[in-house]
Design a protein around this ligand. Sequence first.
Ligand code: KG4
Ligand code: ZN
Length: 366
Amino acid sequence: MHAVSTRRPGPLRVLGIESSCDETAAAVVSADGVVHSDIIASQIAIHAPYGGIVPEVASRAHLGSITSVVEAALGALPDGLADVDAIAVTNGPGLVGALLVGVQFAKALAFSRGLPIVGVDHLVAHLLAVHLRRDGEALEESAREPAYPYIALLASGGHTALYEVRSGTEQVLLGQTRDDAAGEAFDKVAKLLGLGYPGGPRVDELAAQGDARAVALPRPNVGGRDSLEFSFSGLKTAVAQHVAKQGAPRDERALADLCASFQGVIVETLVRKSVLACRALDLPRLVLSGGVAANRGLRARAAEVCARERIGLFVPSLASCTDNAAMIAYAGAQRLATGARDDLTLTVYPRSPSVRRGRILDVRER
Ligand code: KG4
Ligand code: ZN
């Protein structure tokens, strides 16, 4: 283990590495959220022919691109790795083989340069991504940061959940999906409609041209109206049954209507439960996070409802919503700032063991 030594004035600078799913990513971010570099090598084209992510293929692709991705992220700094104070790496949840590539790379780099290393929970990183400050973002936008505590909706390909975010290192799980994640529902419905992988962005585009009242679909009602739990598998099945009965949409218009109707139910559910959480905890600040937070319908509806409910809405830039390593570096910096360190025994986990009894535990408490 190594102490963090800041070699230059200013906040701690952290190299973040992310390889939990189908993006190999590296970024350098300061503890204050300033993004110095942010590189992503997407594997979408590699997995698209299979209609989804093939874990073994993902691991191999990470191995092939991790060196050049990290080099590119460091290349943006005047002195490269010498400008970095510590390394943060996603060590779960995610595909185990994929995670191992990033973690082993990070360990080797930390060991060879005597740098401290911290593991980062991918979900925690999504919850904090709203604090990133990227170049080129309007100043008013990047200056708009929520004060702690806030409510965060995490809606990604693998997870849909609501959290109370108390600080950069303490988050409380309020409710989550019992089955499919919102992004997973987008991807499965898109596949069913022959829209390719990943389906979220394509459904989003089509939905913008459709009528959300065109097709009646059931609204998920798991645990009753006041519950903070989600369930999206019934909705996905309802779309499948609609297609089985009526046949695949005949034209672009019918396809857009079906996408709009499906997306409308997801958006309404996500927004309604997020507002419910804000009210239940009397916290008038809501953050949207995860890949599905890139959805234009969700962003627009959340803005409308939050304005009416007098809830401050904070939405990360598109680049900060979908998977990236800047959020990993930032979350790592927050852990490092509290004195947390991992060592070269750092291992990976497929599902979040860090979430126990509704809290995401810091490594020292696990
Ligand atoms: O957070 P993310 O990049 O990766 C995970 O951690 O899962 O989320 C990916 C998910 C995919 O399911 C993708 O279809 C969905 O986010 N997604 C969208 C949009 N952009 C990405 N879903 C709806 N509308 C979008 N515009
Ligand atoms: Zn993610």
